[in-house]
Design a protein around this ligand. Structure first.
Ligand code: GLY
Ligand code: MN
Ligand code: MN
Length: 438
């Protein structure tokens, strides 16, 4: 791990200590392997809260963080990792080993994970008043880690009468909602990789190709440009499929005259981007498609401009719905503007970060709600309009049209920074690019 990354994760542990206050201890479990079928597992992915605090990507790990010394470790942070095992490493990949943790990760103290139960015996520790745990993840653990956590789980009902036991997600969510310089760099890099990949993919959008061919081109390019994973499963939805918000079959033929809605992006060093663009499959929008496209684009651009501290997702959604309702009404597509939400369906945006829908806290109080935008938030702006076949009151020639345009935006004290602004989105520019790509 490089110095910048070490410094970042160390600073997160320090922030957590400050947020927890004295007399608190945090126990955060990493992820384990999950079975896919028979003897095959899903590809391992670290839990994001654990990653945030450690940057460590191996399964079967846990970290304890406190403001004072933990057990006999003489340290206020202790990482538990898999033991080195040459035979298992030959089968399943290299392990760092506790011996190398302080050098590699900058975490002061480490032990083999079998030592963990000894550190989880908290009943007689008078100085501990609050225990923060990632419960929703703890209960999903499998294999050796589940066994190691078993006695801790069993001790909880007794422990709970002595100390406050709190899920850590809320506290970490608050920290995660404001991005550091390092995180901003990672998200913007993920966005940049994704944008480059879209450009490389434009020439695979044409009648006769399949949705999965476009998906394959995107995923190939994410890897080539430096992304380790999809930020989420790609949505490559042609024609009417675009009206299914989480469409992921990606197995249909691209047809002349239809639109292709792509909602896909890569991840970089665990940080996500989230982009949607809508393309005419034959390279030229029909009059009806263009009308709807330009209305959605207007809402997208106006909301990005307004991504400033103090506004909120709900206010921006009102702005977006109004622009879209007025636009559709003026174009003779929507008679009753009050019905607009039947066709815009989803929220206007969300936080992004380690998770695509970032796990920021969901408090409803005015000083830390997750609706209000604050400096350091990174959010998506993604207005959409969907007219599935049968849309009541919508002229038939618009049925089957779906348009979504999604960008990734950093909220600052000054102007918003759009990380995906270099991805083509004016209708004329899209047509120009597509004619030169094909
Ligand atoms: N890709 C999921 C979303 O746009 O929220
Ligand atoms: Mn999104
Ligand atoms: Mn998206």
């Amino acid at each position: 791990m490089n110095k910048e990354q070490k410094t970042f994760h160390k600073s997160r542990r320090e922030l957590l200590r400050k947020a927890m206050g004295k007399g608190s201890i945090a126990i955060v479990f990493g992820s384990t392997n999950f079975n896919k079928s028979y003897d095959g597992d899903f590809r391992f992915k670290q839990y994001k809260n654990f990653y945030y605090l450690t940057g460590f990507e191996e399964p079967n790990s846990a970290i304890i963080i406190s403001n004072s010394k933990i057990g006999d470790s003489k340290s206020n942070e202790v990482l538990f990792v898999q033991r080195k095992d040459l035979l298992l490493e030959t089968w399943n990949g290299r392990r760092m080993g506790f011996e190398n943790v302080s050098q590699e990760l900058g975490i002061k103290k480490a032990y083999v994970n079998t030592e963990l139960p000894g550190f989880l015996n908290l009943r007689k520790k008078k100085e501990i008043r609050r225990v923060y745990v990632n419960f929703s993840e703890l209960i999903k653990l499998t294999g050796e880690m589940r066994q190691l956590a078993e006695s801790f789980l069993e001790s909880l009902n007794i422990l709970a009468s002595d100390v406050e036991i709190i899920d850590i997600a809320y506290l970490l969510g608050k920290l995660r909602s404001v991005k550091s310089e390092y995180e901003i760099k990672m998200i913007s890099k993920a966005a940049d990789i994704s944008v480059k990949s879209y450009y490389e993919t434009l020439d695979s959008i044409r009648p006769g190709k399949y949705e999965y061919e476009v998906q394959a081109a995107l995923e190939y390019n994410y890897k080539v440009f430096g992304s380790e994973d999809n930020a989420y499963y790609p949505i490559v939805a042609s024609g009417e499929n675009g009206c299914i918000l989480h469409y992921d079959s990606n197995n249909c033929l691209l047809k002349d005259g239809e639109l292709l809605l792509i909602d896909s992006a890569g991840e970089h060093r665990y940080y996500c981007s989230d982009i949607t663009r809508t393309f005419p499959i034959n390279g030229k929008f029909t009059k009806e498609q263009r009308t709807v496209y330009d209305i959605v684009l207007k809402a997208n651009k106006e909301c990005i401009k307004r991504c400033k501290p103090g506004t909120s997702f709900s206010k921006l959604r009102e702005v977006s719905d109004k622009i879209i309702a007025d636009g559709l009404n003026k174009a003779g597509i929507l008679k009753n503007k009050k019905n607009i939400r039947k066709y815009t369906l989803h929220g206007l945006g969300h936080h992004i970060g380690l998770d695509t829908h970032d796990a920021v806290s969901y408090s409803k109080t005015s000083e830390d709600d997750n609706d209000t935008l604050r400096p350091g938030n990174v959010v998506t702006i993604e207005p959409g309009v969907y007219f599935p076949t049968g849309s009541e009151g919508i002229p038939k020639k618009y049925w089957g049209i779906s348009v979504r345009i999604e960008d990734d935006v950093l909220v600052t004290r000054k102007d918003p920074v759009d990380f995906t602004s270099h991805m083509v989105k004016e209708a004329d520019d899209i047509e120009k690019f597509m004619s030169s790509a094909n």
